[in-house]
Design a protein around this ligand. Sequence first.
Ligand SMILES: *[C@@H]1O[C@H](CO)[C@@H](O)[C@H](O)[C@H]1NC(C)=O
Ligand SMILES: *[C@@H]1O[C@H](CO)[C@@H](O)[C@H](O)[C@H]1NC(C)=O
Ligand SMILES: *[C@@H]1O[C@H](CO)[C@@H](O)[C@H](O)[C@H]1NC(C)=O
Length: 332
Amino acid sequence: MCACAWRLHVFTAALVLAAHLIKVLSCGEAGAGPRLTKRYVGLYTGPYFDPSAPNNITTQLGTHAYLPCKVRQLSNKSVSWIRRRDAHILTVDRFTFIADERFQAFLVEATDTWTLQVKYVQARDAGVYECQVGTEPKMSHFVQLNVVVPKIEIVGESELYVKAGTTVSLKCVITQALEEPAYIFWYHNDERVLNYDKSLVEIRMERVAPDTTVGNLIIYSPRREDSGNYSCSPSNLDSASVMLHVLSGEQPAAMQHGNGARGASPRRALLAAAALPALPALPALPALPALLPALPPAAPHVRPQLVLHRLLLLLALALLCPVLCHDEDDGK
Ligand SMILES: *[C@@H]1O[C@H](CO)[C@@H](O)[C@H](O)[C@H]1NC(C)=O
Ligand SMILES: *[C@@H]1O[C@H](CO)[C@@H](O)[C@H](O)[C@H]1NC(C)=O
Ligand SMILES: *[C@@H]1O[C@H](CO)[C@@H](O)[C@H](O)[C@H]1NC(C)=O
C-alpha cells in the first residue's frame, strides 16, 4: 500500500518534470507564458482550492462531463488529474497521459479553473477523480462523477390486444434523462407515424419532471391494419416497442381458424358494426325486443302448446301494436 503510493508519487513527479520539459521546449506556446509572469498583490501564500467549485458532477451517459478544479494563486505549479479507481494519471497540465482520447484538461484563466473534460461518458467512468497540485507536499481536491443512464419503456404489457374501434393510448416514459429529448418519433413497423389527421392519431410529449418525459400515441378507432410493432424513439436515446393486436370484435381464437373463417370475419365485423347504430332507435318501442326472440322459427310441424303460446303472443302483440300483428300474419 505504502510502497505503491510512493511509486505513484515518483511517477507523478516524473510526469510533472516531463510536462515542464515539453513546456520549456515549446516555449512559444500560448498559455504557458502569461501564467509564469502572473503577479499577486500582497503576500503570496501559495495555491489553494476555491471551495465554491462543485465537487459532485452528474452527467448523462454518452454526453461530455466537465470536472472543475478551481485553484487560486496557482503560480507556476502543475495541476494533475488522477482517476481514483486505478490511480491512473490522466493529465498533467494540458498534456494527456492516458491512451484514451476522451480525457483532456484545459485551463480557463479567467476563472483559475483547470477542467478535466471526459467526452462521451460511459458508465464505467463514474467514480472519484483527484485534482492534484504540484506543491510540496502535494495538495488534493476530489471530484465525484456520477453517470446516469436514462431509462425508456412503454407502460404495460409488451403485447397489447384491443377490439377494433376501441381507442388505444400508448404511453412511453423516459426517466433519468438530464437532457430532454428534442422530439419523440413513433414508428409503426418501421414506418413513421404521422398525425396529420388528429381525429385518427394524436401524438403528445410532455416534460413531467426535471428528468422525466412522457410521450403519448393515441389511436382513435384502430382497425386491424393498425396492428403491428409500435416503437417510441426519442431523439437522444434508444427506443422501446410494443406489439399491438387489433381484433375485429372477435375472440383471438376465432381468428386462428382456416382461410375460410378469416375471409368471413370482416363481413361479420361489418354486420356487427351495422347492427350497433340501430340499437339506440329501439327504445321507442321497448316491448318489441323482449317479445321478438320468444317467437319460434316458422316450422312445418308446430306442437300444440306452441300454437297456444303463439296465439297468446299474437293476442298480446295485437293489443300492443295492430300494424305489427298484421305484418306477422302476412309473413306466414
Ligand atoms: C451527488 O449528486 C448525486 C446526484 O445529484 C446524489 O445522488 C449524491 O448523493 C451526491 N453525492 C454527494 C456526496 O453529495
Ligand atoms: C516556480 O516559481 C518559483 C518562483 O516563483 C521558482 O522558485 C520555482 O523553481 C518554479 N518552479 C518550477 C517547477 O518552475
Ligand atoms: C419492434 O421494432 C423495434 C424497432 O424496429 C425492434 O427493435 C423490435 O425488435 C421489434 N419488436 C418485435 C417484437 O418485432
